[in-house]
Design a protein around this ligand. Structure first.
Ligand code: F6P
Length: 545
């Protein structure tokens, strides 16, 4: 059992105070100077882990900054907290749970104990069942109620039970079984359901109802309508068993819904929703890419887990990523981080990261329940390159806000087409170069620009970025990328002394929505009992619905 002893508040720690001093001394140093003073900076400030190359040289740091940040991590007990997580300690204190997504990708021969029970055999037991089922769908051995082959797989889930599978399907589409159609229904908006099903034949459609709790309003509403949709065509209750499977930790609710628990793939309360894409929640991913590729994905996760657990902090890629976020967030006052993947397949990656990062670290009290006197999670956002360049990059280059960027690129394209890939990657390299070094007024003048236009055409530079470069987007690489961010989030949470694994902030809205639903549906027009704004909105809605 971990006890988290933070007798000193973060801002009083010696390393924090040293960082504040260091920040004041160094905040105006330009990347141009840092690079000019050290011609090998671009090679030195890099780390390679499990085949991922991480260039952090274009950050506004010196070696002293890294040394101090690492000292801060040590003072906050990061190494001990990493060990505690991997050991299965109940580090999610507010929910009294272990946090063991790392067990989901542990090899068969590992032992990880939760309450004295080794969970690794259970993990592999579920993976084996998933593999069997995936193969049955992929080969056509599993048929629908009328004997037709399953051609459409629809995942119904929300949050972690949707974003991971939806992102992974897009990211690994290249490896997917193209004869199968995959769709994802999340929103409790009839449009999401209608548009996902309108051109599909129920006889050929399998629904995977994915919900850790199996009580989530959106998911259960969609799952019930899916059953109606299915039975309207197939006529008989018995069809449910051939067209519905469940992924959940809650066997009781699954069976109440009418899904045979033989068709349920389980996971455990020590897997957080936003950390679950590599659990049974990844069933749609496994059906799409096949069990072997899914295992490669897990191997990628595991490679970074091992790196995170064993590499010294100053050479530890997720630790460095996390500490850089602390540097900009807490010292420079940056409020956001842009994640910019130069790969179309990663178009859902920023959306996936939003839940991972912000649901984890969007907290305002410490473990001890004390209000923090420092900033916690920045806002993560992004779009794939080069699209973002023609949209919001203007602000990153010349706006008034400091936006640290993570560029992600691959050396080989999965779809080599003419010189597309060179153009794509040239843009990535050009953007990080332009952000760091800018274009001084003297250069603009030398080009003959009229004086009045010079300020508009000048780029100040000194805008920080890191670049993650990998050889190719494979299932394994995707696992590595996700694990990087998972552990970077963990690192940040440890420094901020917050519980990165609960999400109490989503509860209030859920409770209020449940109260309001009958008020919207009631024929007798009861007087809504809210504030004047909410009452007026409800009345107007009732009038016009
Ligand atoms: O409301 C937030 C949340 O609890 C997320 O943390 C979770 O990923 C999502 O809802 C879905 O929950 P479930 O998998 O239990 O349906």
């Amino acid at each position: 059992m971990t006890t988290i002893k933070h007798t000193t508040t973060l801002t009083q720690r010696p390393a924090w105070q040293a960082l504040e001093h260091h920040y004041r001394e160094h905040k105006d140093i330009h990347l141009r100077k840092l690079f000019a003073d050290d011609p090998r900076r671009g090679e030195r400030l890099t780390v390679e882990a499990a085949g991922l190359y991480f260039d952090y040289s274009k950050n506004r740091i010196t070696e002293e900054t890294v040394r101090l940040l690492v000292r801060l991590a040590e003072e906050c007990g990061l190494p001990e907290r990493i060990e505690a997580m991997f050991r299965g300690d109940k580090i999610n204190l507010t929910e009294n749970r272990s946090v063991l997504h790392v067990a989901l990708r542990a090899p068969r021969n590992r032992q990880i104990l939760v309450d004295g029970v080794d969970v690794v055999p259970q993990v592999h037991g579920v993976l084996d069942r998933m593999a069997l089922f995936s193969d049955q769908i992929r080969t056509g051995q599993w048929t629908g109620y009328t004997g037709k082959r399953i051609r459409n797989v629809i995942n119904i889930g929300i949050g972690g039970s949707d974003l991971g599978p939806a992102m992974a399907y897009e990211a690994l589409r290249h490896y997917s079984e193209r004869d199968l159609t995959f769709r994802f229904i999340a929103n409790v908006d009839g449009t999401d359901f209608e548009e996902a099903t309108r051109d599909l034949d129920a006889e050929e459609t399998l629904f995977i109802v994915s919900s850790k709790t199996f009580t989530t309003l959106e998911t259960m509403t969609n799952a019930h309508i899916a059953r109606v949709w299915c039975l309207r065509k197939l006529g008989h209750e018995a069809a449910v068993a051939r067209h519905f499977v469940a992924v959940s930790t809650n066997a009781e609710e699954v069976s109440k819904f009418g899904i045979d628990t033989a068709n349920m793939f389980g996971f455990w309360d020590w897997v957080g929703g936003r950390y679950s894409m590599d659990s049974a929640i990844g069933l749609s991913t496994m059906i799409a890419i096949g069990p072997e590729n899914f295992r490669a994905l897990l191997a990628g996760f595991h490679a970074i887990d091992e790196h995170f657990r064993t590499a010294p902090l100053e050479k530890n890629l997720p630790v460095l990523m996390g500490l850089l976020t602390i540097w900009y967030n807490n010292f420079f006052g940056a409020q956001t981080v842009a994640v910019l993947p130069y790969d179309q397949y990663l178009k859902r990656f920023p959306a996936y990261l939003q839940q991972l990062t912000m649901e984890s670290n969007g907290k305002r009290v410490t473990f001890e329940g004390v209000h923090v006197d420092y900033q916690t999670s920045p806002i993560y956002w992004g779009e794939p390159g080069t699209n973002g360049q023609h949209s919001f990059y203007q602000l990153i280059h010349q706006g008034t806000k400091l936006i640290p960027c993570d560029f992600i690129g691959f050396c080989r394209s999965l779809n080599p087409l003419g010189n597309h890939h060179d153009i794509l990657m040239a843009n990535l390299f050009a953007q990080s170069e332009a952000l760091a070094f800018g274009k001084p007024a003297s250069d603009v003048q030398a080009e003959g620009s009229p004086d009045w236009l010079v300020p508009h055409r000048t780029f100040g530079g000194n805008r920080p970025s890191s670049t993650i470069l990998a050889e190719r987007l494979t299932p394994e690489t995707l696992g590595k990328l996700v694990a990087l961010y998972e552990h970077s989030v963990f690192t940040q949470g440890v420094i901020w002394n917050i519980d990165s694994f609960d999400q109490w902030g989503v509860e209030l809205g859920k409770v209020l929505a449940k109260q309001i639903i009958p008020e919207l549906e009631s024929a007798s027009e009861p007087q809504p009992r809210h504030d004047s704004s909410t009452n007026a909105l409800i009345r107007r809605y009732r009038m016009l619905r």
